[in-house]
Write a protein that binds this ligand. Structure first.
Ligand SMILES: N[C@H](CCC[C@H](N)C(=O)O)C(=O)O
Length: 291
């Protein structure tokens, strides 16, 4: 099976082109686990499939390192846009991608020659804020989880629940760059308040235009960046009066910066880079399929 490895600010995935490759859907999850393994596979934060859609230019699905499927992937969408344009599959500067979390609208920003996608802006749609939309327990299902208390390992935190199609628990802390993400993250990911687990973001508002950001991702653990998480963090920042609706916010992730704006139209816009790492052939179980 041919694959491409790409990253958005270091959040890297193995990209599989389903126009070229016939794989049964039941294979996606185990394949994601296999290719993600850095010792016996290729090594990545997960796997992303790209293929035909009845309602959009393409359909994207994202599988975490543990084989679980996420409903959306911001860094992945930017790489998908770059892949589809530069491979000539969807030679358009504006395109739509169907995800489990909804229809995403991409705008590609090209180099002078018009043959390389340097950055991508994605309209990530409206955030979903009702508990039942994450899902998260601990209060009225049709209300927001706004600064909701949660106890983890004897410590109390407050999270704000935001879904970008996938669930996020955003926690504002004094210094996100110093938080024990590996210690606290998994306990929150698997906390009983989150029936489908959760992505966990630790965020510090440096001012009303900049966030420091660290993430523990559902199904993948610490990653260098999380696009949907950055969107969730800005929405939570506005909801908790740390940020202004309609203003562009720079989110400083481990892997670099994303520009995020929760527009007055209700949609969240994300702008950032996408990059190739390599292309190759997956030989599967020890290469017995060689030749
Ligand atoms: N890294 C991705 C999010 C993956 C989400 C996945 N971990 C989930 O289970 O929701 C991003 O750039 O948005």
């Amino acid at each position: 099976m041919k694959f491409a490895k790409m990253h958005g600010l270091g959040n890297n995935y193995i990209y599989v082109n389903l126009w070229d490759t016939l794989i049964e859907e039941k294979e996606f999850a185990p394949l994601a686990v296999a290719v993600s393994n850095v010792n016996t596979g290729i090594g990545s934060d997960g796997m992303i499939t790209m293929g035909p859609s009845h309602i959009a230019d393409a359909r994207m699905r994202i599988f975490n390192e543990d084989g679980s499927e996420g409903e959306n992937c911001g860094n992945g969408l930017r790489c998908v846009g770059k892949y589809l344009y530069e491979k000539g599959i969807v030679p358009k500067e504006r395109l739509t991608v169907e995800t489990k979390g909804g229809l995403m609208y991409l705008e590609l920003h090209l180099n002078e020659a018009g043959d390389v996608v340097e950055e991508v802006t994605v309209d990530m749609g409206e955030p979903r804020l009702r508990r039942e939309q994450l899902p998260v327990l601990g209060g009225a299902p049709d209300e927001q989880a706004l600064l909701q208390p949660i106890e983890v390992g004897g410590e109390m935190f407050q999270f704000t629940g935001v879904s970008m199609g996938n669930p996020h628990a955003v926690i504002f802390v004094d210094d996100a760059t110093k938080i024990d993400v590996a210690g606290i993250g998994p306990k929150l990911e698997h906390h009983p308040l989150f029936p489908e687990r959760v992505n966990v973001e630790f965020v510090t508002a440096k001012n009303d235009r900049e966030l420091d950001f660290r993430v523990w991702e559902r199904g993948s653990g610490i990653t260098m960046a999380c696009g949907t998480g950055a969107c969730a963090a800005v929405v939570a920042g506005v909801l908790t009066n740390r940020l202004q609706r309609g203003e562009t916010v720079v989110v400083h992730l481990l892997g670099g910066d994303l520009s995020i704006r929760w527009g007055h139209d209700g949609h969240v816009y994300m702008r950032g880079p996408a990059a190739w790492i390599c292309e190759g052939e997956w030989l599967g179980d020890g290469g017995s399929k060689r030749g």
